[in-house]
Design a protein around this ligand. Structure first.
Ligand SMILES: *[C@@H]1O[C@H](CO)[C@@H](O)[C@H](O)[C@H]1NC(C)=O
Ligand SMILES: *[C@@H]1O[C@H](CO)[C@@H](O)[C@H](O)[C@H]1NC(C)=O
Ligand SMILES: *[C@@H]1O[C@H](CO)[C@@H](O)[C@H](O)[C@H]1NC(C)=O
Ligand SMILES: *[C@@H]1O[C@H](CO)[C@@H](O)[C@H](O)[C@H]1NC(C)=O
Length: 389
C-alpha cells in the first residue's frame, strides 16, 4: 500500500488518516503518480481527403492517432520506440497499469528513448468519421477476459494455466485491477482489411517522419508492424512482438471447451488478411498450399504451415523479429506456430520464452502484470543485442 505524505494531508492535521493511493485511488490529487515525468505532443498521420456524397463535402479519412512522449530525463537513444496496442484496450494501456503502477512507456522514457504511442485506425482516438466503412463490434467480454487473459487458471483450459501468478489481483470481476482493465476495453472494427491497409500506409508514414524505429506490439496489434516491415523495411530497426495474435491462418483463444472462445479460421494470407510480399509472388491466397503439422493437445497445439512450394517473405526477413511468450499464457501452447511459420518463410526469428529466462507465471497481458518491468528489461536487452548499446 502506498501513502502520500503531501502538504495537503499535513495541513489537514495529524488526526486525518493518510490517503489510500492504491489502484484507482491513485488518481486522487493527494496521490503521486508512479509514472515518469514527460512532455506530450499528439498528432494524426496518414489518410487523405475523400469526398463524402451524403455530406456533400470532403472529409479526412484513414488517419492514425499518435502521441509523442519525451522524457524530462532526456533522449539519448538514436532510435525511438513505437508502441502498438492490440486495440483492446487503446494505446492508453501503455501508460500506467490498471492498478496504478508504472507502465512500459515510462520504462522506455527512463531508459532514454523517444516514445510514440499509436491508436490504430478505426478505434479509440483513431476513430473514423467515414463511419460506413468502419463498423465496430464488441472486442471482448468479461468471460473471455477472465478465461483467456487474466485468470485462465480458474478454468484450466491448458495445463500451463495452473502456473499463472502474475496478474495483480484475482483476475475476475470485483478485482479492482480487473475492473479497471475491462473498463478500458473498447470496440474493434470488423473491417480488418481496411484497417490493415490503412495501418500499412499510416505506419510507414509515421516512420518516414520520425526515422528508423523499434516497434513493440501486443497481440493482434502485431499485425501492423509486420505489414510495415513488408512496406518500409529499412525504417524498422527491430520488430518486437508480445504474444503476437496474427497466428498463421488461425485465431486461438483458450480451447474449445471454454465458453465463447476456441479456434477459428482466420488470415487467408497466413499472417495477415491483406496481400503481403511473398516470393514467389502470391496474387491470391489459394496459391499458398498449407498442411497441418503436429498433434493437437491442450498443452501444445497443432500448426498450419506452408506445403511445397514454400513462399518466403523477403521484406519481412530484412527486419530482426523477436517474439516473447509468457510461461502460463494460452500463447505458450501455440506461439511455436508463429515461430515455425516465420522461419519457414525465411524470417529468422528469436523466440524468448519468458519461463526460460527465469520470468515465470505470466499470461497474455504481461506488460501490465506484476513483473512488467522485468519483462521490459528483457526487451531492452534484446534491443541492445541488435544495435550494440
Ligand atoms: C481443453 O482443456 C482441458 C483442460 O486442460 C483439457 O482437458 C481438454 O482436453 C482441452 N480440450 C481440447 C479440445 O484441447
Ligand atoms: C509449472 O511450473 C513448475 C515450476 O517452474 C514447472 O516445473 C512445471 O512444469 C510447470 N507446469 C506446467 C504445466 O507448465
Ligand atoms: C476476486 O476478488 C473480488 C474482490 O475482492 C471478489 O469480489 C471476487 O469474488 C473474487 N473472485 C474470486 C474468483 O475469488
Ligand atoms: C503424434 O501422436 C502420435 C501417436 O501418439 C505419435 O506417434 C507421433 O509421434 C506424434 N507426433 C508428433 C509430431 O508429436
Amino acid at each position: 500500500m502506498r501513502f502520500s505524505l503531501s502538504l495537503v494531508a499535513a495541513l489537514v492535521g495529524s488526526a486525518a488518516a493518510a490517503t489510500n493511493c492504491d489502484g484507482l485511488n491513485q488518481i486522487k490529487k493527494e496521490c503521486s503518480s508512479q509514472e515518469s515525468f514527460y512532455k506530450r505532443d499528439y498528432f494524426y498521420v496518414g489518410g487523405n481527403y475523400q469526398y463524402n456524397t451524403a455530406l456533400s463535402s470532403d472529409i479526412w479519412v484513414n488517419a492514425m492517432y499518435v502521441e509523442k512522449l519525451t522524457g524530462l530525463g532526456g533522449v539519448w537513444r538514436p532510435y525511438p520506440i513505437v508502441l502498438f496496442t492490440a486495440g483492446v484496450p487503446s494505446g492508453a494501456g501503455w501508460l500506467n497499469t490498471p492498478d496504478g503502477r508504472k507502465g512500459w512507456a515510462s520504462y522506455f522514457l527512463d531508459n532514454g528513448y523517444q516514445v510514440y504511442i499509436v491508436d490504430q485506425t478505426g478505434m479509440g482516438r483513431g476513430g473514423q468519421n467515414d463511419i460506413a466503412s468502419w463498423p465496430l463490434k464488441l472486442a471482448t467480454t468479461v468471460k473471455i477476459t477472465e478465461n483467456a487473459y487474466t485468470a485462465p487458471e480458474l478454468i484450466n483450459p491448458y495445463p500451463q494455466s495452473q502456473n499463472h501468478t502474475q496478474w495483480p489481483g484475482n483476475g475476475t470481476q470485483g478485482d479492482p485491477a480487473f475492473d479497471a482493465l475491462v473498463k478500458s476495453m473498447i470496440p474493434i472494427t470488423t473491417n480488418v482489411v481496411l484497417q490493415e491497409t490503412t495501418m500499412r500506409a499510416a505506419g510507414c508514414a509515421l516512420l518516414n517522419l520520425i526515422g528508423p524505429a523499434f516497434t513493440i506490439s501486443h497481440s493482434i496489434g502485431s499485425t501492423y508492424p509486420l505489414l510495415m516491415s513488408d512496406e518500409c523495411p529499412t525504417l524498422l530497426k527491430g520488430n518486437i512482438n508480445l504474444e503476437p495474435g496474427n497466428i498463421p491462418f488461425q485465431s486461438y483463444v483458450g480451447n474449445s471447451t471454454v465458453p465463447a472462445v476456441g479456434r477459428t479460421t482466420s488470415r487467408p494470407w497466413g499472417l495477415t488478411n491483406t496481400p503481403i510480399g511473398y516470393s514467389p509472388t502470391v496474387t491470391t491466397p489459394s496459391e499458398i498450399n498449407t498442411v497441418t503439422v503436429g498433434n493437437d493437445t491442450a498443452a501444445l497445439r497443432s500448426c498450419i504451415m506452408q506445403a511445397s512450394p514454400i513462399h518466403t517473405l523477403p521484406n519481412v526477413a530484412k527486419v530482426p523479429y523477436v517474439l516473447l511468450t509468457g510461461s502460463a499464457s494460452p500463447h505458450i501452447t501455440y506461439d511455436h506456430c508463429m515461430v515455425n511459420y516465420l522461419n519457414q518463410a525465411g524470417v529468422s526469428t528469436t523466440w524468448i520464452k519468458l519461463g526460460d529466462v527465469g520470468i515465470k507465471g505470466n499470461a497474455h497481458f504481461m506488460f501490465l502484470e506484476k513483473n512488467n518491468m522485468e519483462i521490459a528489461a528483457v526487451v531492452s536487452k534484446w534491443i541492445s543485442s541488435i544495435v550494440g548499446w
